[in-house]
Each structure stands twice: as structure tokens, then as C-alpha cells.
Design a protein around this ligand. Structure first.
Ligand code: PYC
Length: 313
């Protein structure tokens, strides 16, 4: 199986270029379910140790339905499948460019939750125009035991997010374990209180915000992904959800720039425009770099052929 690894502002993506399962035809959302149901061992083998790590996000390229698109993409991680992935879309774009498959300044990719456009800027920088994003629930208050009352918004940015305006500890790398445990408890509190996205969708990403360290940034975040790894980048779908909240509250105007800093100090530059149907369409700019071109090998004698599965929440 041929893969190309990139990282986008510190967060890795592994694109499966050849050797992935054939999911047949039909909408990408249908093919995602098929991947989940019939080929979950593929996800585990690509992402989990000893070949991968909990931080990796995988991207399976597959034929698109929408003919404007250069490829379809299904994203997955150490625990589950993702509707969209902002850093991952930038990683896919860099990979396609590295393979010599990009002949236009703008390309489209199809994800299970919609079509995303990508414009190439400088050699390692690109801008994605994400799927329409929106604020779903405003100022939800959660009693999180000794963490106290945590309040925040629920928003869609291609995945479901709880965005807490307050962080339970300073957003610095030394506090990552504490922040991870706190975010897991926020997620449990959301579940216990039946707080969901649209149609009962699980809110599987938790974001804490604080003031930035970088003087050029507007805000700093810590994002816990399903599977309990934190995003090293500012999270493309998480930043889209943040933009949707700011826009809905009149705190960010169309075209105005928002610089989101990550827990490791990398940044995404974001803005939005209003779509034809009045939706908020976020754009996210970030840098991605190729870090490896590899062939993954699978030995039937290997007891960990499909990776090592850790227990997850
Ligand atoms: O950039 O959207 C993102 C993302 C989701 C999970 C990890 N990264």
C-alpha cells in the first residue's frame, strides 16, 4: 500500500494513494459507511501503532461523484471516521501537488459532507473553502464536577464541536494531559445531558479557547479529537466552527481575517463569505509539508498486522 505523509501546521495526514479497499460506487457518505462496516481493519492497520500513531489522520482517495472534483476523500483516525478534516484537506492538496496531479490553481475535492475547494497560494500554502458551517446551540452550560460550570457553543464546521470560551487551564503544552482529561469530561457531560448536534449527532470534538500568545493571532485553541489525540494544528473544521459562531454573533464580518493559533503555536488564517443561500462559508489558509513517501507492508504472520488497539472513551 503506497502512502504519502504530510503535516499541516504540525498535524499529520497519511494519504493512501494505492492499495486501499475498493468501496464501489455511490455517494461518499455511503462509501464511508461501507469502509466502516467492512474494512475497519484497513483503518486500524494504516493508523494505529506500530505503523502509525494516535495523532495521524488517514485519507483514502476514491473516485468522486461530482465531476468537478479531482478526487473523493474519506478521512479517518485512530478511533473513527471524520466527515471533513481541514488540516487533512490541506495535506491531500499538498500530496496531489507532490504527485504532479495538480494542473490548476484551484481544485475541488469531494468529502462525505460536501465539496471543498482548494486554492494553491505559495508552494506549501493553500486555502480551503469549507462546507457551510453554522452555530447550532448557543451558551450551553455544563456542570463538569470539580471543573465547575463550563459554558460554550455547539457548532458544525464539517464535524461537530463543543466550543468552550474558557479554558480549564492555560493552553500550553505542559498542560496537555490535564486539558485532555478535562475535554474528555466535557464530552461525557454532553453525552450525559443528551446535548447533541442536529438529528442527535454526537459532538465528538471539544475545543477550549484562550487569548493568543502570538501577537498576530486573535485566539489560541486546544482541540481534542475523537480517539483522544489533540490536534497539533488549530483544526480546520474547528476553526470553521469558531468562525460560524463569531459570524452568528456579529463578532466577525464577512471578509474579516481571524488568526487562530494552535496549542503548539502554529496558525491558520480564516475568514468567511455568505453563500447564495445565506450560509456561512469559511475559508482556511495553512501550510502543509511532505514528510514521507512509504510502502506499508502487511505480513500475515504479524500478530499486530492490524495495529494495536487501545481502549477509547
Ligand atoms: O483540521 O479539521 C481538522 C481536523 C479534524 C481532526 C483533526 N484535524
Amino acid at each position: 500500500m503506497k502512502v504519502i505523509d504530510t503535516h499541516t501546521e504540525g498535524e499529520p495526514t497519511r494519504v493512501v494513494v494505492t492499495g486501499g479497499p475498493d468501496l464501489g460506487e455511490g455517494p461518499l457518505s455511503y462509501r464511508l459507511k461501507r469502509l466502516q462496516r467492512e474494512f475497519d481493519s484497513f483503518r486500524q492497520a494504516v493508523i494505529l501503532e506500530p505503523r502509525g500513531s494516535d495523532v495521524l489522520v488517514g485519507a483514502l482517495l476514491c473516485p468522486p461523484v461530482d465531476k468537478r472534483c479531482i478526487t473523493g476523500v474519506i478521512f479517518f483516525n485512530n478511533n473513527t471516521y471524520l466527515g471533513m478534516c481541514g488540516h487533512g484537506a490541506l495535506g491531500v492538496a499538498k500530496t496531489l501537488q507532490h504527485l504532479g496531479l495538480v494542473h490548476n490553481k484551484e481544485i475541488y475535492i469531494e468529502t462525505p459532507v460536501g465539496v471543498v475547494s482548494i486554492v494553491f497560494n505559495e508552494p506549501n500554502s493553500a486555502t480551503i473553502e469549507n462546507v457551510p458551517s453554522f452555530l447550532h446551540l448557543e451558551n450551553v452550560c455544563l456542570d463538569v464536577g470539580d471543573l465547575g460550570i463550563i459554558s460554550g457553543d455547539v457548532a458544525w464546521g464539517g464535524n461537530w464541536f463543543f466550543l468552550s470560551n474558557n479554558a480549564p487551564a492555560p493552553l500550553i503544552l505542559e498542560n496537555v494531559e490535564y486539558l485532555t482529561e478535562a475535554a474528555k469530561r466535557v464530552k461525557l457531560a454532553l453525552n450525559a445531558n443528551n446535548i447533541t448536534g442536529v438529528d442527535g449527532a454526537e459532538i465528538d470534538h471539544i475545543e477550549f479557547f484562550s487569548g493568543p500568545r502570538n501577537p498576530d493571532a486573535n485566539s489560541k485553541n486546544f482541540v481534542l479529537c475523537p480517539g483522544d489525540a489533540y490536534d497539533r494544528s488549530p483544526c480546520g473544521t474547528g476553526t470553521s466552527a469558531k468562525i460560524a459562531c463569531l459570524a452568528a454573533k456579529g463578532q466577525l464580518q464577512p471578509g474579516e481575517q481571524w488568526i487562530q493559533e494552535s496549542i503548539i503555536g502554529s496558525t491558520f488564517s480564516a475568514s468567511y463569505h455568505i453563500g447564495n443561500d445565506g450560509q456561512i462559508i469559511p475559508s482556511i489558509t495553512g501550510r502543509a509539508f511532505v514528510s514521507a513517501e512509504s510502502t506499508l507492508l502487511f505480513d500475515n504472520e504479524d500478530p499486530f498486522k492490524y495495529g494495536i488497539q487501545h481502549h477509547r472513551l
